[in-house]
Design a protein around this ligand. Structure first.
Ligand code: SF4
Length: 108
């Protein structure tokens, strides 16, 4: 191996390592977003349809209490201020904090 080849290989290795390190946080963010998306309750899944779940509570015609949202439901276990949080009715899958469904029970 000539000195020129060794230098080229070293430069290539450093370039790939730096690129990999720079891309890691982006890849991590992408995977965590897709994992969260996969854990989100979809309005079209059977339980959600049966309970008339809407990600946007204002779009639920059956909702009579205009102050009712997932984030003030006793079955919502998300943190205050978070956009989404787990719901026990949906086995811990994430619902929108601004959502609503027919199982809403006012948080005590
Ligand atoms: S049970 Fe409560 S937290 Fe769960 S989807 Fe219905 S309204 Fe939202």
């Amino acid at each position: 191996m000539t000195k020129h080849t060794a230098d080229t290989n070293r430069r290539r290795f450093i370039k790939l390592t730096v690129t990999g390190l720079a891309a890691a946080p982006l890849a991590n963010a992408m995977f965590s977003e897709s994992a969260e998306a996969a854990d989100m309750v979809s309005e079209s899944e059977p339980t959600a349809v049966a309970l008339k779940y809407k990600m946007d509570a204002t779009k639920a015609p059956e909702r009579k209490d205009k102050s009712a949202f997932c984030n003030n439901c006793s079955l919502y276990t998300g943190k205050p201020g978070d956009a989404n949080g787990p719901c026990t009715v949906f086995g811990g899958k994430l619902v929108s904090s601004k959502g609503w469904c027919a199982s809403w029970v006012k948080k005590a």
